[in-house]
Design a binder for this molecule. Structure first.
Ligand SMILES: C[S@@+](CC[C@H](N)C(=O)[O-])C[C@H]1O[C@@H](n2cnc3c(N)ncnc32)[C@H](O)[C@@H]1O
Length: 488
């Protein structure tokens, strides 16, 4: 593989005698992995029924390497959100975040959704996940992955960090900043990262990372945890980003976290600071900050089975004031939401929402055995269930919680997202076809199937995993699989 010359020189200088091992890493076979979605199936059960050759990823609870011959992306289970295909090293980040059910979590740079879907799995549907992506097209992909994995409690936004921050002061328990970076660790995976590499870009990324971290810091509650990660080897974007941030933020420190097998410590000796930066704090503090960087993590492809990654777990000092501020704020937004009747603020919106809820309830009475909990919210014709009261006014929101469906002239059409969040035992009518059946191939390409005598909305599944809605009438199961997802 042809690496950029300047990059090679730089790594040689940094790594010294280890450089040859590092280079040899590029000759190693690339490892591919998937992460089982516990909302759909346990890892144990998946191992029992899976057609793939699986080996556990040591640092990820539900992560497995799959065999070179396996094509999990082409299996209908992929469309049913049974697993998420993810680069194995990337699975370390959400694990390090130590998220618990009920937490308020922000994934600030979230597309296409690897970390968000992993954080959601740890949350078990409880609490709030705000999954944000700055690029509109990438935010759409993120939103569809959130949908595919059947996540109940995620709000997907398409915002710049500085526009998000004023909405969520000291609000989140955990924040993941999986920063845009120069991607040196992905050279084997993405050729574009090689062709676009330059030292200027490394410096540009480092500057951008500081800006993003600044905004993230504002949104983390005292006592909260911030995980910062990149997929690059460049110290400017890794240890140096962390040291720069810590020097400016004495309320933050590196949280000592147990390293997983194969993880290497961060390298304080690679940090280059300006004189001004060095003089901005006492000598003792500077030394302490630099030393703490040893407790951050480098994932090297020549030391483990995965691509290059860096991760730092930071902790914000505790204090009571932030806690109170954040609680007060939620009470305020609750009242505001109720009064304004959500998005448009036009008169009649609240009654339109009540009407939409009534139509949903009629649908639910006919179709569901168990519904979901949440706060109904109508955006135009789309009805959602918010995981908690939130003021999202003024933000670009793609998915304010679980999409229940669309209100169409006095009838309710259930959303694809709702189907993916339901199991057979949650509904009154379901059909399941084998993943290798003719019916499933036909279904995924948009064809309707032969139905039964019944009538109404029916959950269509493959091997017992929900794939979407069909509607029974006149002996036909009409296909409601979204047009944009159909396979030719
Ligand atoms: C490393 S990727 C995130 C990968 C994602 N966390 C995952 O696991 O699937 C970094 C993301 O940051 C976004 N980004 C780029 N510039 C940004 C900025 N100024 N602020 C926030 N995010 C930005 C990129 O569009 C990209 O989707």
């Amino acid at each position: 593989m042809q690496l950029p010359e300047l990059f090679e020189e730089k790594m040689k200088k940094l790594l010294g005698t280890e450089y040859e091992d590092f280079l040899a890493g590029y000759e190693k076979e690339r490892h591919q992995a998937l992460r089982v979605n516990p909302a759909k199936i346990s890892a144990e059960e998946f191992l029992r029924i899976s057609p793939f050759t699986l080996e556990p990823v040591p640092w990820a609870k539900n992560g497995f390497y799959y065999g070179t011959e396996d094509r999990p992306g082409r299996h209908p289970w992929h469309e049913a959100g049974v697993y998420y295909i993810q680069e194995p090293s990337a699975m370390s980040v959400a694990e390090l975040a130590g998220v618990q059910p009920g937490d308020r979590v922000l994934d600030l740079c979230a597309a296409p959704g690897g970390k968000s879907t992993q954080l959601a799995a740890a949350m078990e549907g409880k609490g709030l996940l705000v999954s944000n992506e700055i690029h509109p097209a990438r935010a759409k992909i993120l939103s569809s992955n959130i949908e595919r994995m059947g996540i109940l409690n995620a709000v997907v936004t398409n915002e710049a960090p500085e526009r998000l921050a004023p909405h969520f002061p000291a609000f989140f328990d955990r924040i993941v900043v999986d920063a845009p970076c120069s991607g040196e660790g992905m050279f084997r995976k993405e050729e574009q990262a090689v062709s676009q590499w330059s030292q200027d870009n490394v410096d540009l990324c480092a500057k951008r990372q500081q800006d993003i971290l600044e905004e993230a810091a504002k949104m983390l509650r005292p006592g909260g945890v911030l995980v910062y990660s990149t997929c690059t080897f460049a110290p400017e974007e890794d240890e140096e980003s962390i040291v720069r941030f810590l020097l400016k933020h004495p309320e933050f420190s590196v949280k000592k976290t147990e390293a997983y097998e194969g993880f290497a410590p961060g390298r304080p000796e690679w940090v280059k600071l300006t004189d001004e930066e060095k003089e901005s704090v006492s000598v003792e503090r500077l030394e302490a900050v630099l030393a703490s960087v040893k407790d951050t993590f480098r994932l090297w492809p020549h030391k483990l089975n995965g691509e290059g990654h860096y991760a730092a777990v930071l902790e914000k000092a505790d204090g009571n004031q932030g806690e109170e501020l954040s609680t007060l704020r939620i009470e305020k937004t609750e009242r505001k939401n109720r009064k304004n009747g959500k998005s448009s603020g036009k008169s009649g919106v609240v009654s339109a929402e009540a009407e939409a809820w009534k139509l949903y309830r009629e649908f639910a009475a006919d179709t569901l055995v168990h519904g979901h909990e949440g706060i109904p919210m109508l955006y135009g014709e789309q009805l959602y269930l918010l995981p908690c009261e939130l003021n999202l006014e003024g933000l670009r929101v793609l998915r304010p919680g679980l999409h229940l469906g669309t209100v169409k002239k006095n009838r309710f059409e259930p959303a694809h997202a709702l189907a993916l969040a339901l199991k057979a035992e949650d509904v009154k009518r379901s059909v399941s076809y084998g993943s290798d059946s003719r019916e499933i191939r036909a279904w995924l390409s948009g064809e309707s199937l032969e139905g039964s005598d019944g009538r109404g909305w029916t959950l269509v599944q493959t091997d017992g995993f929900s794939l979407g809605w069909g509607k029974q009438a006149g002996g036909i199961l009409k296909n409601h699989y979204p047009k944009g997802l159909r396979k030719q």
